[in-house]
Design a protein around this ligand. Structure first.
Ligand code: NAP
Length: 278
């Protein structure tokens, strides 16, 4: 049976370290979250992020704007937050309404306040290996691998999904740690042939239980990023019950990558705040 990687436990220990560091600072780090519209899942995620800020004594604020807000109005808000001293990190909750150009908004966040590392400047920094903070979910994944004591160097990593949010940056971070990386996506032929070679398999697709036991290598480490609602339940991209019998370690959904994303958001906010606070 596989080791079940406990994201909640690792996230808790990250929060404890952040909370201790905050005690030593002259003012609390500040995070501003912008939510456009009232998508229920986004509201839950934003509420969790704010609760986490309270847990570590950060200053936090949520700016909830209407579904129909104009691009300019959001840009004005970002400009105001860029100039607020008590705000060290700004996060645009995704997804944004169709008429909004989310990347253009993220690109107006000062790179030094771009807490999810998703601006063109920071993504470019990741590409060339010069970065201050890296995207929260991919960074959380690397931390999970470190926490289970996996030596990433030389391993074959297969990333399914090539989004800017998860797939592409996690592949870059794995390559930075000297993994040999393969990207797969919706046009990949013979997906199972690729996934069966993976020592580390990252699935960031959003299709319930698409990764079956026939698609994994025995002893692989499986990171399931997918979040899919099936009836009342949340499930990942991986057929957990079947796959856990074969592999060496696997993240559950919920309780794997999700809590790590939130913990790294706190860590990134702290990292951006430290130079401002001294
Ligand atoms: P996304 O932008 O929709 O990207 C999905 C990727 O999956 C695309 O690259 C797509 O390929 C690929 N794909 C779709 N169908 C496929 C198939 N049949 N075979 C292989 N690849 C396929 O999604 P995302 O934002 O990266 O998120 C992915 C999942 O992770 C979602 O379930 C999301 O909710 C979850 N998520 C979780 C967290 C967390 O903290 N746990 C954070 C972010 C996202 P193409 O590029 O060819 O279209």
């Amino acid at each position: 049976m596989a080791e079940i990687i406990d994201g909640n436990k690792i996230a808790k220990s990250i929060r404890s370290k952040v909370r201790l560091r905050v005690k030593t600072l002259s003012r609390p780090p500040g995070l501003a979250v912008i939510q456009l519209g009232q998508d229920p899942a986004s509201t839950v995620y934003v509420n969790h992020k704010i609760k986490d800020c309270h847990r570590v004594n950060f200053h936090s604020e949520v700016h909830r704007l209407s579904e129909n807000v104009s691009q300019n109005r959001v840009l004005e808000l970002v400009d105001r937050l860029n100039n607020l001293q008590k705000i060290d990190g700004i996060l645009l909750q995704m997804p944004t309404p169709d008429h909004i150009d989310g990347q253009a908004i993220i690109d107006t966040i000062l790179p030094t306040k771009d807490v999810d590392g998703l601006s063109s400047a920071n993504q470019g920094g990741l590409l060339i290996g010069r970065h201050q903070v890296t995207p929260c979910t991919p960074t959380g994944i690397i931390r999970l691998l470190d926490e289970i004591g996996l030596d990433i160097a030389g391993k074959k990593a297969v990333c399914i999904g090539r989004s800017t949010l998860v797939g592409k940056p996690v592949g870059l971070l794995l390559m930075e740690r000297n993994a040999t990386v393969t990207y797969c996506h919706s046009k990949t032929e013979n997906l199972a042939t690729e996934t069966r070679q993976a020592d580390i398999l990252i699935s960031a697709v959003g299709r319930p239980r698409m990764i079956t036991s026939q698609m994994v290598k025995p002893d692989a480490v499986i990171i399931d990023v997918g979040i899919n609602r099936v009836g009342q339940n949340l499930v990942g991209d991986v057929d957990f019950e079947a796959v856990e019998k074969i592999v060496s370690a696997i993240t559950p959904v919920p309780g794997g990558v999700g809590p790590m994303t939130r913990a790294i958001l706190l860590e990134n906010t702290l990292r951006l705040a430290e130079p401002n606070i001294g």
